[in-house]
Ligand binder design. Structure first.
Ligand code: ADP
Ligand code: ASP
Ligand code: MG
Length: 431
């Protein structure tokens, strides 16, 4: 092939479940070896539940419980050491794999040597610590692939994904990111391994994260900026299904989906794909495949522009846990624009998304993710002007084109707190 015709590039994304142990890492290596004949960027998340563990480390550290924070960090190191021990085929291989991650664990423990930082720096420090999970997993995967003959280059995503400083939910600076990542098009390496979830604030140089479950989004960022042919997201399910199979055993695979329907499903909470993933692909006409890393021989779901739009594809999406907030005017005046404006201002300031809204003459109800670190500040901000009431631990169900019978069967025994119907969709807040 001449240098004027760059070889096409594909992106693979593997989540935490796919690399939660040594056999998972070997399985990923097998998939890469068997399937990826073209140039490849491999995006990987933190192993297993490492992100949750790192969140715990940060929480304990900020609560002044340093011994607990160190203990949690130690458990995380043991977990990765165990994976390395099982992966290593001989002592020299083990030494190499350990040498790759030791500086990262040193950085983690180094943070904890410092006294608990000021509360206001929580989000910033969270990103410096929690993003280490992806750095560790990608180091192990990249080194393991190289040591088993699958040559690749390890990339630090923070050199390529440029963001602002909205820590824990950083916004991508698309122009700067495109300029950076497009340089990889001329890079001769066949394969590159890079972390999902992390980026860097161009101004401060701090690490940032793109929000929980953000690795799918990273994969879409690389696909978009490289003009990739295809992005494949490897999951523990056969593909996108018409309901979460973990909750609804009757769920069936959807073999093809247009971008618009995929955007809609993820918007309502189909957690199989991060909601920000589809748009960057749609804008460039890049196909998205969702395939099973457990049954990699199956075709999975193909999401693309030419897929037939279906007005009647039924699905069930459950988003949980949700908090239902009800606000009322204090003086019995009608609920008006000034009250809505206050609510939207506070939602925006606190980075909270409202998922369902219902207004009456005297009240306004809306659903948000049931996160105490967000719900309580919101109630606190609204209460000087509005009466507030809330209930947590709820489900938000979105049903599309279900028959009355199916709907009744699904909902039997559940208490409906809010109901919103349109010809296509039913949304319900359930207790
Ligand atoms: P990752 O390993 O990439 O983090 P996730 O665990 O976030 O993957 O996503 C996969 C999970 O998404 C599945 O195990 C499944 O329970 C859940 N899921 C929710 N809705 C759907 C759906 N409509 N189709 C398939 N899986 C779904
Ligand atoms: N590791 C991060 C998380 O658990 C990002 C991801 O897995 O997509 O949220
Ligand atoms: Mg996930």
């Amino acid at each position: 092939m001449s240098s004027a015709e760059p070889q096409s590039i594909n992106i693979y994304k593997f989540g935490g479940t796919s690399v939660c142990d040594a056999s998972g890492v070997r399985n990923v290596a097998g998939i890469v070896e068997r399937n990826a004949r073209e140039r490849l960027v491999l995006v990987v998340s933190a192993m297993g539940k490492s992100t949750n563990r790192l969140e715990e480390v940060v929480r304990c550290w900020f609560d002044g419980k340093r011994p607990e924070a160190v203990e949690q960090a130690g458990m995380l190191r043991d977990y990765h050491h165990e994976i390395i021990k099982e992966l290593a085929e001989h002592p020299a291989m083990k030494r190499k794999l350990l040498a790759g991650v030791e500086p990262l664990f040193a950085r983690l423990f180094g943070h904890l040597d410092e006294a608990a930082p000021a509360r206001e720096t929580y989000n910033r420090m969270y990103d410096q610590v929690v993003g280490l999970g992806e750095l560790i997993s990608s180091r192990i995967l990249s080194d393991y692939l190289n040591l088993t003959g699958i040559e690749n280059r390890w990339l630090d995503a923070r050199d390529w994904v440029v963001t602002n400083n909205t820590y824990r939910d950083a916004r991508v600076d698309w122009a700067a990111t495109r300029t950076a990542i497009s340089q990889l098009n001329s890079c001769p390496d066949m394969r590159m391994v890079v972390q999902g979830f992390v980026g860097r604030d161009a101004v401060s140089g701090d690490s940032t994260t793109l929000g929980r479950e953000g690795s799918d989004y990273t994969a879409a960022i690389f696909a978009h900026c490289l003009g990739a042919d295809e992005l494949t997201i490897w999951k523990d399910v056969p593909g996108v299904m018409d309901a979460d199979p973990r909750r609804f055993p009757f769920a069936r695979l959807i073999s093809e989906l247009p971008y618009e329907e995929a955007v809609e499903m993820t918007y309502y909470g189909a957690s199989v794909i991060h909601p920000k993933t589809i748009k960057p692909l749609q804008n460039m006409g890049i196909k998205l495949r969702v395939r099973s890393f457990i049954r990699p021989e199956l075709p999975g779901t193909l999401i693309h522009g030419a897929a037939e739009k279906s007005k009647s594809r039924p699905y069930i999406i459950v988003k949980r846990p949700q908090a239902l907030i009800t606000v009322r005017t204090r003086d019995f005046s009608f609920f008006a624009e000034e009250h809505l404006s206050l609510i939207y201002t506070e939602l925006y300031r606190l980075g909270i998304k409202a998922h369902l809204m219902q207004q009456t003459a005297l009240s306004f109800r809306f659903c948000v993710d049931d996160d105490p670190y967000k719900v309580q500040p919101l109630l606190h901000a609204l209460s000087p002007i509005l009466e507030t009431e809330w209930e947590g631990g709820l489900d938000l169900w979105t049903l599309r084109h279900q028959s009355d019978r199916t709907e009744k069967g699904l909902l039997s025994g559940r208490k409906i707190l809010v109901e919103q119907r349109s010809p296509q969709l039913v949304q319900l807040v359930l207790k």
